[in-house]
Design a protein around this ligand. Structure first.
Ligand code: ADP
Ligand code: MG
Length: 297
């Protein structure tokens, strides 16, 4: 590409809210064969809501509220969007929060702490398996939630499963069309997420995504990128993320695309920055890249 055509292309893109931070990104984007997306906050709104709270045993309202309060008190110490969803639900019921000791965040899996003398663990089924907690009374309901695209979480108290929590994070209205547009251009669309495999599969099916890599630990996202790139048969790989948990993936991709307000680190790491969370910008970035390169050839 000539410097002038790249400048014109970049300028046109900027007017559409697509910032090419590096000149060669405009060129390399149209060489991409695979576009991988982070799920939470990139394909989805990123603001989950609590939709289910089912207890393993039948509890009266007081006992049920006391359990939810204990769980929410633990989540109050976590910065995860899931934690905020649980906390909002407890606040809606005006539940008093008990004191929390020994809080631990288990990255990519959940949280644990001691509340009112009880050991509370909250998180993915994988965390419960690791803790040796039997989920047989709740797992069928949890799997059903996953199949609906919701995230099932489990809470255990003193080593026993006590509750199933369902969290919903709807997809962005612009997501399905954007996936379709990229596929119509011959691109393979993939999704990488730390979320439950069933949940990821349901969301992926809703959006028509070609490849899904789920239950990825935060430090495994780079390896997931490399595996997808290996499958791109020599073509390049673009990764689209919001920078929460995925800045290393943005850096590892051939072209890193940061969406939405993003974090400072995402903007600094990315080759392309989309000013809004609207995913139409992703398809636009590819279009500008292709047009610019085609015009020069
Ligand atoms: P991603 O951002 O890709 O969705 P994370 O690595 O942040 O994934 O989280 C992966 C999974 O870990 C979540 O889907 C959830 O099951 C569990 N988890 C993480 N933090 C919490 C939390 N504070 N409370 C409950 N579960 C959590
Ligand atoms: Mg994210």
């Amino acid at each position: 590409a000539t410097p002038t055509s790249v400048m014109v292309g970049s300028g046109r893109a900027a007017e559409l809210g697509v910032l090419f931070r590096k000149g060669d990104a405009l060129q390399s984007l149209q060489e991409a064969r695979v576009v991988a997306f982070d799920k939470t906050g990139t394909l989805t709104m990123g603001r989950p809501e609590l939709t289910e709270f089912a207890t393993a045993e039948d509890l009266d309202e007081t006992a049920r509220d006391a359990l939810l309060a204990r769980i929410a008190a633990v989540e109050a110490h976590s910065e995860h969007p899931i934690a905020e969803a649980v906390l909002r639900a407890a606040k809606m019921r005006d539940l008093p929060m008990p004191a929390v000791e020994d809080f631990t965040a288990i990255t990519g899996l959940g949280v644990s702490a001691t509340v009112e003398g009880r050991r509370i663990v909250i998180g993915a089924d994988r965390l419960m398996a690791r803790e040796g907690i039997d989920l047989s009374g709740l797992a069928a309901r949890g799997d059903a939630l996953g199949d609906q695209g919701r995230t099932p979480l489990y809470a255990a108290q003193d080593g026993r499963a006590v509750a199933l929590i369902g969290v919903a994070d709807p997809v962005k209205p612009s997501a399905a069309r954007m996936v379709e547009t990229l596929q119509a251009q011959g691109l393979t669309v993939a999704m990488i997420t730390g979320d439950n495999a069933r949940t990821a599969r349901a969301v992926g099916a809703e959006l028509g995504i070609d490849e899904i890599v789920a239950e990825v630990m935060p430090d495994g996202k780079v390896a997931a990128i490399e595996a997808l790139r290996a499958g791109a048969s020599g073509g390049r790989l673009a990764f689209v993320g919001d920078g929460i948990n995925d800045a290393p993936a943005l850096a590892a991709a051939d072209i890193g695309i940061a969406v939405g307000t993003g974090t400072d680190v995402a903007i600094e790491t990315a080759d392309v920055v989309l000013m809004s969370g609207d995913l139409a910008g992703v398809a636009r970035a590819f279009e500008v890249s292709r047009r610019t390169i085609r015009n020069i050839r």
